[in-house]
Design a protein around this ligand. Structure first.
Ligand code: UDP
Length: 324
């Protein structure tokens, strides 16, 4: 039997590259697509020798042509950290909207099932806690996060429209904060920021008073959830994340302990519209997919720290602060 063929967009990014690994392992032929604006080929270079794998350097905001059949599409192309989408706001809007439209058009043309990567950002600064899929969110469209949040909300809307009007088989995952090897050290997210600072002997920059919360999911758990959702027959959005909620200040303390450094935490202004709390309600994923996270934070952070420690000194010097 012929291998199934899957297109993964954003394939050189953190999540995209882990998805490539997973689908190669499952025996698929993987077509990896990325424009390499925030992605990095080193995340997938170990796959380049494989017959099952091919890479297309392309921006999904432009018309996508892929020769041959396609069984599945995973749309993971997008900048995904606040510092990235502040730097490239227009591209962020375009990839979430035009890029998704192109991917859906391709799915229709190829009769492929498509899963799009949405985000807990569709809930904005949530007034319902924990967040269930039924919550419509509290997003500021014209704030700094609006370019990402609204593009992702549009993405969900156009995905449902392609399902309803064109009967495309669609899936929508709402991804909560995820961490693990291959996160970019300079993407400004809290985990690479804190670990990078600890490794460079700098103090950890806590934004606000650190009382805001997040719930961090280890990447392998997330990939398993996405895999199961793709194989399910559910077309509405599903939260995938780890409900283990923690304040950013506690998180900083954990990183200081993990890295065995003597760094302090220093406090900076809280960025505008920074959500005060975030925790996924994963009742639906449990019921629908029999999925729940398996890796606890202590284990996941240990593996992630080993990855960051293995980076070269030049890599480690790369940093990004929102207060530069
Ligand atoms: N944060 C922080 N110090 C940093 C980077 C981020 O205190 O150096 C905070 C940020 O204000 C937010 C939380 O950590 O409250 C998570 O930020 P991140 O950028 O990782 O993702 P978000 O969940 O906000 O999209």
């Amino acid at each position: 039997m012929q291998n199934k063929r899957i297109l993964i967009t954003g394939a050189a990014g953190f999540l995209g590259s882990h998805l490539c690994d997973r689908f190669i392992k499952e025996g698929y032929n993987v077509i990896a697509m990325d424009n390499l604006i925030t992605g990095d080929l080193k995340n997938i270079e170990h796959l380049f020798g494989l017959k099952q794998f091919e890479f297309l350097h392309h921006d999904v905001s432009k018309f996508i042509h892929v020769p041959g059949k396609l069984d599945y599409i995973l749309n993971f192309a997008s900048p995904a950290s606040p510092i990235d989408y502040l730097k490239i706001p227009i591209q962020t809007l375009k990839v979430g909207s035009l890029g998704t439209h192109n991917c859906l058009g391709l799915a229709l043309e190829k009769n492929a099932r498509i899963l799009v990567a949405s985000t807990s950002e569709v809930y904005g600064d949530p007034t319902v806690h924990p967040q269930t899929e039924a919550y419509w969110g509290n997003v500021n469209p014209v704030g700094p996060r609006g370019v990402y949040d609204e593009a992702k909300r549009f993405q969900e809307a156009i995905t449902m429209a392609y399902h309803t009007y064109h009967q495309v088989e669609t899936r929508i995952v709402r991804i909560f904060n995820t961490y693990g090897p291959r996160m970019r050290l300079n993407d400004g997210r809290v985990l690479p920021a804190f670990i990078g600072q600890a490794l460079r002997g700098e103090d950890l920059t806590v934004f606000g008073d650190g009382s805001q919360t997040r719930s961090f999911c280890y990447v392998d758990d997330l990939i398993e959830g996405i895999y199961r959702l793709l194989m399910s027959d559910y077309v509405y959005p599903v939260n995938i994340g780890n409900p283990d909620e923690i304040t950013i200040k506690q998180f900083g303390e954990e990183i200081i302990k993990l890295t065995e450094t003597n760094q302090k935490m220093v406090y900076k202004d809280l960025p505008q519209d920074d959500p005060k709390q975030r925790q996924p309600d994963i009742t639906l994923a449990k019921k629908l997919l029999g999925w729940e996270p398996k890796v606890n934070r202590a284990e996941g952070l240990k593996i992630t720290y080993e990855y960051f420690k293995s980076l070269s000194p030049e890599e480690l010097r790369k940093t990004a602060h929102r207060f530069e």
